[in-house]
Design a protein around this ligand. Structure first.
Ligand code: ZN
Length: 270
């Protein structure tokens, strides 16, 4: 079977010091955690940044601090920057990280309710971000919160805004979005063009089972504190614990881990 690409999502925008002592929040903590997860087998890191007050930031300068620290130690992991708009709504703020020309960036292709708020991604914004990524040779990872977002990505492909192979990230288990069930995962995978690549990123206790299913199906997985603060009931996770569990499962299934360079090849990065 093809090699397994493990993406580590260090911190996202939700964890705070109060919620867990284990989430890396400063640039130094995040960079150190990324390097540690690379050593444990991660090929890609999905990066969110915080400002000086540890609040979520889409300011390119806060991302650059992390990237510079990774450069300093020569960590070869693929860097995927978030263009998420949980807090920020205007187009230029959403696109600011793309000025750093990362190898990859996330691209959510639709709007969805997240629990009590709306994650808004209007069609014009999606096209703007896709076009900016295309022009700067940044590989989008399509974030899918329900199946309509797969369809929207295929429309972007028709418009010439996405290159093959398209990389999909099925985010499951968020209240208000797609539930984390085997049937939903099978349905999502069946909707993809055959040359696509995909992974699951599951929020909630089903993440171990769904990640294992993805490993068995030949898909890829994302783990980390962005998606889950708990390792198991009553036990707070660290990213290292999440990495070690998923790589042990992969090993048991006979899936070798892809190095960053092997992942570059599989994802069609330049
Ligand atoms: Zn994210």
């Amino acid at each position: 079977m093809n090699k397994l690409i493990v993406t580590i999502a260090q911190t996202g925008s939700v964890p705070t010091r109060e919620k867990t002592p284990n989430a890396p929040l400063t640039p130094q903590e995040i960079a150190k955690d990324i390097c540690d997860c690379y050593e444990r087998g991660a090929a890609v890191t999905h990066i969110h940044a915080r400002d000086e007050n540890l609040k979520p930031s889409q300011d390119a300068k806060h991302f650059k601090q992390i990237l510079d620290l990774l450069d300093e130690v020569g960590c070869p992991i693929i860097r995927q920057l978030t263009t998420s708009g949980r807090v920020f709504k205007d187009y230029s703020t959403r696109a600011q990280v793309l000025t750093l020309k990362p190898e990859m960036a996330s691209l959510t292709t639709g709007s969805v309710n997240f629990s009590s708020w709306i994650y808004e991604n209007e069609p014009a914004l999606i096209e703007y971000l896709a076009d900016t990524m295309y022009k700067n040779n940044i590989k989008p990872e399509i974030e899918v919160f329900d199946t309509g977002m797969i369809q929207n990505a295929l429309e972007l492909k028709k418009k010439g805004l996405l290159k093959d192979p398209i990389q999909f990230n099925f985010v499951m288990g968020i209240k208000g979005a797609m539930t984390a069930t085997p049937k939903n995962l099978l349905h999502c995978v069946e909707m993809l063009p055959s040359n696509s690549t995909w992974q699951v990123a599951v929020v909630g206790p089903a993440h171990v089972q769904m990640s294992t299913m993805a490993i068995a199906m030949g898909g890829n997985v994302r783990v980390g504190l962005e998606d889950n603060l708990s390792f198991s009931k009553g036990v707070l996770a660290t990213n290292a614990m999440m990495m070690d569990r998923i790589t042990a499962i992969a090993k048991a299934y006979g899936r070798e881990l892809a190095t960053p360079d092997e992942a570059r090849e599989m994802l069609g990065l330049a």
